[in-house]
Design a protein around this ligand. Sequence first.
Ligand code: 5AD
Ligand code: SF4
Length: 435
Amino acid sequence: MSKKLFIQTIGCAMNVRDSEHIIAELGQKEDFELIDRYEDADLILINTCSVREKPVQKLFSEIGQFNKKKKAGAKLGVCGCTASHLGEEIIKRAPYVDFVLGARNVSKITDVIHKKGAVEVDIDFDESSYVFSDFRNSPYKAFINISIGCDKQCTFCIVPSTRGEEISIPAELIVNEAKKAAKNGAKEIFLLGQNVNNYGKRFSDSGKNIDFPDLLEMISEIKEIQRIRFTSPHPLHMDDRFLKVFASNEKICKSMHMPLQSGSTKILKEMKRGYTKEWFLDRAQKLRQSVRGVHISTDIIVAFPGESEEDFAQTMDVVEKVKFEQIFSFKYSPRPLTKAALMEQVDPQVASRRLKTLQDRQNEILDEISSKQKGKIYEVYFDELKSGGKIVGRSDNNFMVEVVGSEELLGKIVPVKIVEPKRMVLYGEVVKQTA
Ligand code: 5AD
Ligand code: SF4
């Protein structure tokens, strides 16, 4: 009889993909079956995020709960970014934890489950050429890693300390994975990396000369693949060649994530982002001009150390000028091992007020954007059934669209007319096609 695995995943798409890799390795090499009740599991894993403080605080209460209610003899492991940064401190604070596995050591999962007290958090470990076993949460969309780690030194960010230096995964491996996913029914490929448009700067074996636009073109040649998405690109590396391939290759979805972080050139310098407000605006404007209907999303941090009212006004100015289709906004959260944690912090009340100002204005902008969608027709790739006979999918330019419908729409790309646009979801009707 197979053993039972429960895994809880927190954090970004990279973490979601790491969990898929863990499930695949344990399923195919150790005969584990995935379940969704931790009380019945033989192995409980929590795959953690440490980009902000909240999920780290929650970790210890969560594992305490797992420990209290787990089956007798069940093992408990902490994986991911918090595992990387806290390492053996986790076992010191919670001695019932059986092992700790860092975000850059995922391929060692089949070893650590047999070693009580194992702490594998080496951030120099190179698993860029490791071929993981196969598992995907959804057959319709395939996440594929194109690099590990991150070479940037943004002063707010803990990721370089949890995922190590950046290494690109060989293009043949990526293309093979994409072909395999396509054969299993995925029409959409989602390429993942901390800094995707820096792809190709360093491979662990030398001699390649492939950059991100090349990789996009290679993947678009796979016939069954109809949509390519990626996250996250870095604004600094958005050169004209990249934007040209993005604009002209029809398989690349017209949705770009451009993490702004701050609109103040002074703060961007303090963050070590490598670009100015003007460069960001220039790239966003070029995108809007060259790609009709493009969807631009962003990440913004308010109240980074030293952010003045004027700096924050600069951020709001970019928000006004670009009119992002989506903003992920955060209050700055001081992280261990980062430079900004040592700088002079902004008053928490000021931070809360700025976050609210940003989010309130963005909601108004979103209402404007969504109201303009009424009557438009989008090609929607349906990938998720909802209760009550509803089904949802994404338009090419990343709007979430919901219609009345059932299984027969799953995995299909279908034209939909928007009848009732809302801030987060556009409600529509499938356009009847004449044969
Ligand atoms: N505080 C707040 N937000 C952060 N992010 C990264 N580090 C921090 C931090 N210390 C945000 C950035 C990044 C997103 C994934 O998380 O906006 O793009
Ligand atoms: Fe992802 Fe960063 Fe969180 Fe790690 S710390 S899971 S890389 S968002």
